[in-house]
Design a protein around this ligand. Structure first.
Ligand SMILES: [Zn+2]
Length: 182
């Protein structure tokens, strides 16, 4: 995935992330930065951490749990793709795992620790991935049946962290705006 493209780099309209191949050091650095900011947002949310500002959004705690699980899930796909040629990763089933209650016992204190653990584990995976394995391929998941190189799963992980950090911050801004109008 080092080929140069003259096409414009795609970027996320919500958080501004642009999909380029990132240096491994940048992957770890940006994940750590986004996750530590997310931990701060969870702390700042206080009792509002479990409140969904509207039915279309998750709570700050659910965004935290989602980022935790994304990091763990992508890590498993990276390791699988390091060993097996073009494996298919397991989808995260983002809504189903919440609807089934798998996040029901999450507490803010636990999710903050779990996020830090997941980010640390992910960073170690990025660092220790054997040289030249960045281009090994995998089918991202049965729900997203697209063949991608490991390097692009790293970019996805950075995007998930940064995007949901902006979601979590937006929740707090929505609560503040609602308070101002009372
Ligand atoms: Zn985004």
């Amino acid at each position: 995935m080092t080929e140069e493209s003259t096409d414009e780099v795609q970027s996320c309209p919500v958080c501004g992330f642009s999909w380029a191949v990132l240096a491994r050091s940048e992957v770890s650095e940006r994940i750590n930065r986004a996750v530590s900011s997310l931990v701060t947002v969870i702390k700042e949310a206080g009792p509002r951490v479990t409140v969904r500002p509207n039915p279309d959004r998750w709570s700050v705690l659910e965004y935290g749990g989602h980022v935790r699980d994304v990091l763990l899930s992508i890590r498993e796909r990276v390791i699988l793709a390091s060993i097996v040629d073009i494996p298919t990763g397991s989808p995260i089933f983002r809504d189903e795992r919440i609807d089934l209650g798998f996040y029901a016992e999450d507490t803010a204190a636990q999710v903050m620790n779990e996020l830090e653990m997941a980010a640390q584990l992910f960073a170690k995976t990025v660092t220790t991935l054997p040289a030249h394995f960045d281009t090994r391929g995998l089918i991202y998941s049965s729900r997203t049946p697209v063949q991608v190189p490991i390097s692009s799963t790293f970019s996805n992980a950075v995007h998930e962290c940064e995007h949901h950090l902006s979601d979590a911050k937006e929740n707090l801004a929505m609560f503040d705006a609602a308070n101002d109008t009372v």
